[in-house]
Design a protein around this ligand. Sequence first.
Ligand code: ADP
Ligand code: MG
Length: 760
Amino acid sequence: PVDRSPEIQEARLKLPILAEEQIIMEAISENPIVIICGETGSGKTTQVPQFLYEAGYASSNSAIGITEPRRVAAVSMSQRVAKEMNLSHREVSYQIRYEGNVSDETQIKFMTDGVLLKEIQKDFLLSKYKVVIIDEAHERSMYTDILIGLLSRIVPLREKKGLPLKLIIMSATLRVEDFTDNNRLFSVTPPVIQVDARQFPVTVHFNKKTPLDDYSGECFRKVCKIHRMLPPGGILVFLTGQAEVHSLCRRLRKAFPFQKNNPAGGDDDKEESVEEIRKFKKSRRRKKVMALPKIDLDNYSVVPVDEGDEDRDAETDDDIAGSDIDLDLGDGDSEEDEKSDSSLPLYVLPLYSLLAPEKQAKVFGAPPPGTRLCVVATNVAETSLTIPGIKYVVDCGKVKKRFYDKITGVSSFRVTWISQASANQRAGRAGRTEPGHCYRLYSSAVFMDFEKFSAPEITKRPVEDLILQMKALNIEKVINFPFPTPPPTEALAAAEELLIALGALKEPPVMGRLTQQRAAKLSCPISPLGRIMATFPVAPRYAKMLALSRQHDCLPYTITIVSAMTVRELFEEFDRPAVSEEETAKLKGKKSRLLQMQKIWAGQGPMQMLGDLMVMLGAVGACEYAGCTRKFCEENGLRYKAMLEIRRLRGQLTTAVNSVCADAGLYVDPKMKPPTEAQATFLRQIVLAGLGDHVARRVQAEELLDDKWKNAYKTALLDDPVFIHPSSVLFKQLPEFVVYQEIVETTKMYMKGVSAVEPE
Ligand code: ADP
Ligand code: MG
């Protein structure tokens, strides 16, 4: 029996999914696999695990497992469910990449999809679960796709053993055909349960013109207008990245401060005085805020193709209201917006995945009385988290994504248009508690050109890590695997080639015909080295480095370097737009301090040749030596969250290494000494062995035909010149041969994580 508080009970009863409990539980008891579709916010993630718990699917030796593609969701949903059920974190727990609170009492376990994949490697039948829920399946993350493929085989195997496993796939109401109309995946089509949306109508307003690039400024102006002119209700803004989110937050806090003493504040929730609330109400009266007109209930969702007309929604509203209020708010500039106005306090909160969890959690709390909530988010708010009380959505229509070249793996972050499905999800966020409005900062014509759905991740990125994991599961013919959507053959071939080069797969026998050779390459079995590599929770290139580091007591260093390369983004980013001169000066000071520290961390002699990898090693060493405190990180330009993650990953890799070579006897030493000269030299060889396909050679003077090759490097894979990134400590040194962690394309192709090597 679950003992829920009356408030929780009341909130639950409002969720559409509660009405379907019986139907859902019957379907689950009668079918091995069930698909549940329902609008975001209908209660799938928080309630289905509770239904299962109450129906007795969890016990002391078998847990209910739920996977989430996003770490944010795994953590916050486990906390929410624990709270709703009045259970402790020992019983409702989470496990994300390097962190978790799972105990031997855990009965409901939220985890990222990658964590469950690792568990399948240890126990293919997942015998400790009676139910596995794959949540957010519409996101089509690579690991979610692969899990669905694997589970489609595990479920019948468990059935044969007489220990049935239930599989539940949950998704927003988006393209489930890839799962249902796919005979290779599920020979018997699983039942699909639709949860009634009970969504309030959302009126969509398109801009007449699409701003060319300043969508961030356009967001600012739109929020200002909503806040000045429209009735109460939270605002949710979708932007593309952390820097944009912060800069908009700062601008909005400056324009509508809600704490007299702290104009840029808003980070601390303090009680608001009665006086301020009174002032807020008065100012609202003064500004003649009108009630929203009644909204046409048929007007939700987007304007159909043939009726595409930016003015339609606004006109409809005006007709009904018979007033001159312009809900469409119009495009473009308005003079008064920038002026600071403390009579209209706005409670501005950022939300993005790298944000510290306690700050993320703030969006679920009520805004201080007398203020309006405004959450500025990246697309984490699109489907994974439902923020209460949102009535207005401002959608810039863009998303920042990492794009990879299928063969070379060169990646670039690009801001692109979202899909129509995403745009509709974003709009839907406005209609959870009452009718709402969505302001799209692009025209309906532009919307019509959006792709319908975004492509599944597995078709978009290099798959070597995935292939190694699959080979470790003895899936040799990867090409025959029941993928919901298979990755392109050239990506599969590139992955197998890399794994063969790293020694993780056995070389295929040499055969006569090229086509035969190719086919053989696509079904190479894993080698003993590959098996060891697959036990390390890092990319195959880094796993190879770990597997080679036994000599010269180098393992602790390799573990640290690999941890730092895996966690990425160790250093704070200080090249961001500032709102005041004061802030500009502060950022400049912090940046020069970081540069100074990086020079120190880079060491001397052979250590220095390790370049950026030595900087990472030095930074982690120094930080651990100082006790890995927030203070140390802030003073030296290190990202505290990254440092904590590196610490956990070091621990985890140390355990993994000890378990494959029992005599290593490793432990994580917080007072690790810098490597000796001999060790530094050996480390460079190890790095070269892992990043052997990432070698670049400086262009020689006689090859300098074109100015574009000045200071450039040549790689095996690319025809174009690549450059050492300006943030690298080797930027000025320009060694003849280097290896790089990755190439990222911005204005040029830049190598990041650079280290000098001397090829034999
Ligand atoms: P779905 O998975 O169908 O998108 P959820 O189960 O995530 O829906 O959400 C159901 C409801 O629970 C939403 O109204 C959401 O606002 C609320 N909710 C989720 N997490 C929290 C939280 N940490 N605090 C308060 N409310 C929450
Ligand atoms: Mg959910």
